[in-house]
Write a protein that binds this ligand. Structure first.
Ligand code: GDP
Ligand code: IMO
Ligand code: MG
Length: 430
């Protein structure tokens, strides 16, 4: 029996998972998403082309690879259809090599309205949700009210849909009687709902599978599978900075529940992180830079959300947080992304612990919130030169290599892949 490898984010998402999954895909027979939904935005660049995927695994650009949307993922047929049409335009036909779990839950138009009214009601305490209906859809799943992909084959699907919609509307009307004025992706509700329903035909063109059987059979046949995470460990529903998190387990445990893989069949766990930190949305961010340095990271790193276009908060690398993520996921290899973004700094910093309630700690406390964790920094030398044309690790400037080794020493896990640009080719394996 083969084991499944896992690639997941160690920070607050947007680490560059899409780029690396695409880079590794030629080594795998199958790429499988295990959690999250269209709150994800995974960017892939090659041959001067750029694609952003939300629901579809990042293995679709390699012809021989099969891609699976697992049971742990939640799907908005409207967004999935848009993704498939965009790929069509780029001459990437995914209809043949994209399989969907019958057990994956559907995001309904009213889940998106619920997301909007709940978030609005939170006022200044808002999460900063992507408003894709993620929280309400996972809520229905856990409260046993959800609708799954397999239900679309039920002749009574319309009745099932209406029952759920009406239950949602009873709540939505309490928050906003004029709910029809809320636009979804800039489309009026009634029109969006129509388009949502017609998008089901695109979903139904894809092969539906019992993905737990499918994937375990493939492992038994000796096929190589990579599980692709969405979001990041610090957004995990259990271990992230609750309530400023997403609504799924973004950690390695999510692979077991989101694909039906036994823990004993998890192989390598690739943990991916940026050479610095970013976060989009609200919640604690101890190393956030609200100064010129933060501006430089945002500009040079083009730190604007792939899904919402929002500006990302930026800061120095947070080593206690990185160690926490490595612990939770059992990371076997690290991958460091966006190294080039720090090129122009003469001096850089990395947080090694926090001051919390007057004493030092290297653990993230239960009540971490904006402002109550003061990072203690190591001052490090920046490399201050362009690293954009390296062919192997030895080509990098000494101060950059020193930063890589510094991180390895601090966290005790080797950095096996270094990314120094958005293109597929701007990647070095050590
Ligand atoms: P994901 O959600 O983890 O897949 O990451 P996103 O696609 O949301 O955000 C990562 C962004 O950084 C994308 O715009 C990538 O094209 C870009 N990117 C990835 N790796 C690098 C890198 O090494 N250097 C630079 N400058 N950009 C990168
Ligand atoms: P990828 O896969 C970065 C953040 C949102 C918000 C919080 C909850 O591209 O790394 P949600 O829409 O889930 O209710 O939002 O989580 N968030 C992400 N941040 N990258 C993502 O995905 C994210 N998915 C959700 O900004 O703070
Ligand atoms: Mg992203």
């Amino acid at each position: 029996m083969m084991k499944i490898d896992v690639l997941l984010g160690l920070q607050w998402g947007d680490e560059g998972k899409g780029k690396v999954v695409d880079f590794l895909t030629p080594q795998y027979d199958i790429i499988a998403r295990f959690q999250g939904g269209p709150n994800a935005g995974h960017t892939i660049e090659f041959d001067n082309k750029k694609f952003v995927l939300h629901t579809i695994p990042s293995g679709v650009f390699n012809e021989g690879t099969t891609n699976v949307i697992g049971n742990g993922v939640i799907i908005d047929p409207f967004i999935l259809r848009k993704e498939i049409l965009t790929l069509d335009d780029g001459n990437i036909n995914v209809r043949k090599n994209l399989l969907v779990s019958r057990k994956a839950h559907l995001i309904l138009p009213t889940h998106r309205l619920l997301d909007a009214v709940y978030e609005e009601a939170k006022g200044k305490d808002k999460i900063g949700s992507t408003l894709k209906g993620i929280g309400p859809c996972y809520t229905d799943k856990i409260s046993r009210n959800g609708i799954r992909v397999g239900d679309t084959d039920n002749p009574d699907f319309n009745a099932i849909y209406l029952k759920s919609k009406n239950a949602h509307l009873r709540i939505i009307k309490q928050y906003n009687p004029d709910y029809k004025s809320i636009k979804i992706d800039n489309i009026p509700f009634d029109e969006y709902e129509k388009q949502w329903h017609s998008s089901l035909s695109t979903l139904n063109e894809l092969e539906k599978v019992n993905s737990e059987y499918y994937l375990n059979k493939k492992l038994a046949e000796g096929k190589k599978i990579l599980a692709e995470g969405a979001q990041g460990t610090l957004l995990d529903i259990d271990f992230g900075s609750y309530p400023f998190v997403t609504s799924s387990n973004t950690t390695a445990a999510g692979v077991c529940t989101g694909l039906g893989i036994s823990p004993k069949n998890i192989g390598n766990v690739f943990g991916i992180f940026k050479a610095y930190c970013t976060r989009v949305g609200s919640g604690p961010f101890p190393t956030e830079l609200l100064n010129e340095d933060g501006e430089v990271l945002r500009k040079v790193g083009n730190e604007f959300g792939s899904t919402t276009g929002r500006s990302r908060r930026c800061g120095w690398l947070d080593i206690p947080a990185l160690k926490y993520s490595i612990m939770l996921n059992g990371v076997t290899e690290l991958m460091m992304m966006k190294s080039d973004v720090m090129n122009q700094f003469k001096d850089i910093k990395a947080a090694t612990k926090y001051i919390y309630n007057g004493s030092e700690t290297d653990e993230i406390p239960f009540d971490a919130k904006d402002g109550n964790l003061k990072p203690v920094y190591d001052d490090l030398k920046g490399w201050g030169v362009d690293i954009a044309s390296a062919n192997n690790f030895d080509d990098f400037p000494d101060d950059f290599k020193a930063y890589v080794k510094y991180i390895e020493n601090k966290v005790g896990v080797p950095i096996k892949l270094i990314s120094y640009g958005p293109d597929r080719s701007e990647t070095i394996v050590r």
